[in-house]
Design a protein around this ligand. Structure first.
Ligand SMILES: [Fe+2]
Ligand SMILES: [Fe+2]
Length: 258
């Protein structure tokens, strides 16, 4: 069997082993609610505000995590994977700034259309979510471990979410909130575009890793699955905050839309 066929076969084994975690993500992330045809517009709008505001702490270290994982790979002799990770790191620089900006413009949009007025800073200063703490710790653990290359599995699964769900979420946003909502969803729009390429790179790295270290399969599947579970719980948290917020507004008598 050629080396390319071996790599392809191992990659397909990874794909089948990670499938249950991807299915769990579909069920536990709140995505079914977010994409439901009868999604309440105000809840969806609040969801995007919470997602962007709380997402800053999910995103501001991405460049740093990938670069440090890449450096550690090089230290441990996974030279090429390490170099490619370091290159990828540069492509992630400053992405959290889009989330800060989207939080602000989404709140501005809300304030033009709805009462009561919201304060973007209030959302941006919310305490870090428990799921975010786990997510950040997962990266630190991977970087410090003997398998820092498992960062590839995290990136492959999480950037893959933009590819698998991003367009559907944007379509839903336009349908429920109007097509101009995309002006306020720059992080999501940009990631639907760029993460196609990033996911292709991650797939290439994953194949390379598995080809050279087939014994890393278990670690890659485990870390990729944990990243998905943690991200699902983060998204679910954003959705439940949005729902609670809407309930409170209704109780306070603010049941009006634009
Ligand atoms: Fe990014
Ligand atoms: Fe990316």
């Amino acid at each position: 069997m050629s080396q390319t066929t071996v790599k392809q076969n191992l990659y397909e084994v990874y794909e089948s082993k990670i499938q249950s975690a991807r299915t769990r993500f579909g069920q536990n992330s709140g995505m079914l609610d977010v994409l439901a045809p009868d999604m309440e517009p105000i809840v969806l709008e609040l969801y995007f505000i919470y997602f962007n505001a709380l997402g800053v702490a999910m995103t501001d270290s991405v460049e740093d995590w990938i670069r440090r994982a890449g450096e550690r790979c090089q230290e441990l002799g996974f030279t090429e994977i390490g170099e490619l990770l370091c290159k990828h790191a540069q492509q992630e620089a400053g992405h959290h700034l889009m989330m800060i900006e989207d939080t602000r413009t989404l709140v501005n949009r809300w304030n033009e259309l709805r009462t009561p007025k919201l304060d973007a800073q209030w959302f941006l200063q919310l305490p870090i979510a428990q799921s975010t703490k786990y997510y950040r710790q997962l990266h630190e653990d991977v970087i410090a471990s003997e398998a820092p290359f498992a960062q590839v599995a995290i990136e492959y699964e999480i950037e893959g979410l933009s590819v698998r769900y991003g367009s559907q979420v944007l379509e839903q946003a336009k349908k429920i909130l109007g097509s101009n909502i995309t002006e306020n969803l720059s992080f999501m729009e940009e990631h639907v575009l760029v993460d196609v390429g990033h996911t292709q790179l991650n797939a290439k790295l994953l194949k390379k890793l598995l080809g050279e270290n087939p014994e890393s399969m278990r670690t890659l599947v485990k870390i990729g699955g944990t990243a998905l579970d943690t991200y699902a719980s983060f998204l679910n948290h954003c959705l439940s905050l949005a729902k609670t917020h809407w309930e409170q507004l209704k109780q306070e008598g603010f049941a009006t839309t634009a």
